[in-house]
Design a protein around this ligand. Structure first.
Ligand code: GLN
Length: 400
């Protein structure tokens, strides 16, 4: 595949040397090289709503071009706190408890750097969004893994974990757990009961829950609800709630995210953030505030569009010979290789762009034990209908 970081590799510090190039960069590169339909990296190939783009243009014209306040422009801090209150979520003091970051990715990194000491332990569910694993390396903490296990292919039920495995991942050194709900790459929405189990362990071990809720609005099945970890008993004082506007408004390149939580936890995030980026782009923060205040209609429309694209992609994958796992939420379908003639996910994702013109992500990179992900491929459905239909025409070739 694409060489890792070119000739720069020899100079990379030990703590990052094992990571190579991010899979998203690698697969997007392969897609471009082969002119493949890119169902790899999770970004929409359509723009967010016009009025949100107009808000950004207006913010630029209004002269918002200098450094903003380190922890966010006041309008955005207020809009973030207000939308949680409106939705029955946790309540936050916008000044003391909300920190605007450069995407949720920076919030994750700053939460690790600001809260944890080398030698501390953090619990991660695998498969994990690759950035969590890298954040443990950057901060020198030790990850402990709990596996989300796929249901029997075709059963229609969801990824699950063994509560006993979760319990034994916690130790006297555990300082935090990352809870990504809705979950990338499986689309799992953690239930209130599952979150309750995690909450009990956090309370018992005095650990912090760092949540990544960037897909919080994107769930597609009736009866599914997004539960805020910070609203569970005993959790307000020990949860850092992270999210962003990228997925909610189809503007993943704006890179506006946040961390919200009690002042001691927010303070730890700010301690890192002030030296990592100091602040995030000023005009985009103003536009993000407007999006959060006026965006309900746009969110409902996106949810309905993406729900039907999920269904269409699942149908296409099934027709091509994959066995797609049901994805209740998010941007992605994890599909079992079924009887397709690929040795593993790596081989499938190398051959799919070259031979069938469709790019996808090999999920083994999201596991500490790569073997656990090697029989699946991750496909993104956050794409235009035409893009998904074109992928369908190309993947139909697999049948032959
Ligand atoms: N969240 C996106 C995905 O899962 C990728 C983000 C990135 O490229 N770092 O595909």
């Amino acid at each position: 595949m694409v060489p890792a970081m070119g000739g720069a590799r020899a100079r990379i510090a030990d703590r990052l040397a094992g990571f190579g190039t991010s899979i998203f960069t690698e697969i997007t590169g392969l897609a471009l090289a082969h002119g493949a339909v890119n169902l790899g990296q999770g970004f929409p190939d359509f723009d967010g709503p016009g009025w949100i783009k107009d808000a950004a243009t207006r913010a630029m014209a209004a002269g918002h071009h200098q450094y903003p306040r380190m922890f966010g422009v006041p309008e955005l801090n207020r809009a973030i706190a207000a939308q949680y209150s409106r939705r029955g979520g946790p309540t936050f003091d916008p000044e003391r408890e909300v920190t605007v970051t450069t995407g949720c990715t920076e919030a994750i990194c700053c939460a690790f750097l600001g809260l944890l000491n080398p030698g501390d332990e953090v619990v991660l569910f695998q498969p994990f969004f690759d950035i969590y694993r890298a954040a443990t390396a950057l901060s020198g903490v030790t990850p402990r893994f709990v596996t989300l296990r796929p249901p029997a292919p075709g059963s229609g039920s969801g990824f699950w974990f063994d509560p006993e495995e979760l319990r034994s991942a916690f130790s006297s050194r555990t300082r935090a757990i990352v809870v990504n709900t809705p979950h990338n790459p499986t689309g799992k929405v953690f239930t209130r009961e599952e979150l309750g189990l995690i909450a009990d362990l956090c309370v018992r071990h005095d650990a912090v829950a760092v949540t990544d809720e960037v897909y919080e609005h994107l769930f597609y099945d009736p009866g599914v609800e997004h539960v805020f970890m910070a609203t569970l008993p005993g959790m307000r004082e020990r949860t850092l709630t992270l999210s962003s506007i990228g997925k909610t408004f189809s503007v993943t390149g704006w890179k506006i995210g946040w961390a919200a939580g009690p002042a001691d936890l927010t303070g730890a995030v700010r301690a890192a953030h002030q030296f990592v980026t100091f602040s995030s782009t000023t005009p985009m923060q103003h536009a993000a505030a407007e999006a959060l205040e006026r965006g309900h209609g746009a969110i409902a429309a996106l949810r309905s569009d993406l729900g039907s694209r999920r269904d269409e992609l699942a149908r296409i994958l099934g027709h091509a010979g994959f066995v797609p796992h049901h994805a209740p939420s998010g941007y992605f379908i994890m599909a079992d290789l079924g009887g397709l003639p690929f040795a593993d996910d790596r081989e499938a994702c190398r051959r799919l762009p070259a031979e069938y013109g469709v790019a996808a992500i090999p999920p083994s990179v999201f596991y500490d034990d790569p073997g656990l992900g090697s029989r699946m491929v991750r496909f993104a459905f956050c794409k235009r209908r035409e893009t998904i239909e074109e992928a369908g025409r190309r993947l139909a070739g697999l049948r032959r």
